[in-house]
Design a protein around this ligand. Sequence first.
Ligand code: ARG
Length: 460
Amino acid sequence: MSTPSRSGVFGSATDPKMLEFSESISQDHRLYQHDINGSIAHAQMLAKTGLITADDCKQIEHELRIIRQEIEQDEFVFVAAQEDIHMAIESRLVEKLGDIGRKLHTARSRNDQVSTDLRLWIREAIQTIDGQLTRLQSSFLKQAEQTKELVLPAYTHLQRAQPVLGAHYMLAYCEKFNRDRERLKNVNQRNNILPLGTGAVAGTSLPIDREIVRQKLGFDGVMANSLDASSDRDFVLDYCYGLSMIGVHLSGWAEEWILWSTVEFNFLQLPEAFCTCSSMMPQKINPDALELIRGKSARLIGHLTSLLTLIKGLPLAYNRDLQEDKNPLFDTYDTVFSCLEIAITVIEQSVWNREAIEHNLDQGYLDATTLMEYLILKGIPQRAAHHMVGTIVRKAMERGVSLQDLPLEVMQAVCQNLEDDVYKVLGTKNSIAAFQSQGSTGMLQVKDQIALWKKRLGVV
Ligand code: ARG
């Protein structure tokens, strides 16, 4: 037997070039734990259904656990000729147990095996990423606590729009990353269904019991169609989309803080430990950590695109093309994990330039919309009020002043309904105090939201 998977039908050995070309062990060795867990469950099922003896099963289980130790202690020799982690572990088992080891693959194909391993791996990866996302949310929440009073300009089209509380801004990200967590939970609902037992393509004539394996491995159901089970990687795509979305959310945030840390904005200082210097310009403190987070989202999108292209047009059922899912799958995880790790610390260690922010807050007419709403409450139709406030802003711009510095007569010349009480809503601070709708940046609303998030994230 030249390579473990070659049957007697072959008259010659595999070309060494082919061995090198077709190996995936350099990547899928990361599935070792899941492969061993899957094999143990499978062996136990084979014993329960009488396809192997209880003693065979005991020995298989015992040796698989030792193989796990060998891998973990770097004593396991991975050989490209064994193609993949599934063959590598099984070959080692056969080396140890001979014919007993040769029974493990009863009623199983690598096609249902690899899909099972991937699903187990993804289930665990989702759990880890969920933990990271919770930590990220807690970082934003900590910042929210510290910016309950800080007023920031909110932007649309990157133009100053309306004032918001710093805490409101931070909680926007708690929301986004919560949806990412929900999305991953949802991904796992479809992921956590067992393919093992569907064999290579059509099932098996042997009297297996898939329910036993389902229970042992903690799957929520068994895949109903053998052709479907081994042929698809839609669950890998779901997972990569879920993680790409995290990357895309992170990249928007990174872009914002890159801008905000510039001299032009001067809103915040990033932790120096996450900035780098220029080799030529000694004064530079560059926000490389955030730039890399922004840039790495491109990789994630690339992986997602390559997976879509990979499975497009594949006929049923298993095709070797599917092996190409490994790099996108693992690299997506590694990339998102490290981006989250960096983001968490950068968020916690960044410092707000409160005075500089406040100093410029009255620029950009952030209170114009509140003035318009004041006019609406005075009985002016919205479209008319919108036009009037535009005219008032124009007058203020011509004089180079903010709205609260305009004399009442100037404003009354535009709208007679305007009274002295208008000054109670003008100015950024007054303007922010006026917000009261659900989901707005109103003081009470934000306070409630902070309390809610503390509860959700278990912060006391
Ligand atoms: N390494 C393969 C993969 O990842 C495992 C399945 C191989 N099956 C086969 N019939 N060659 O897809």
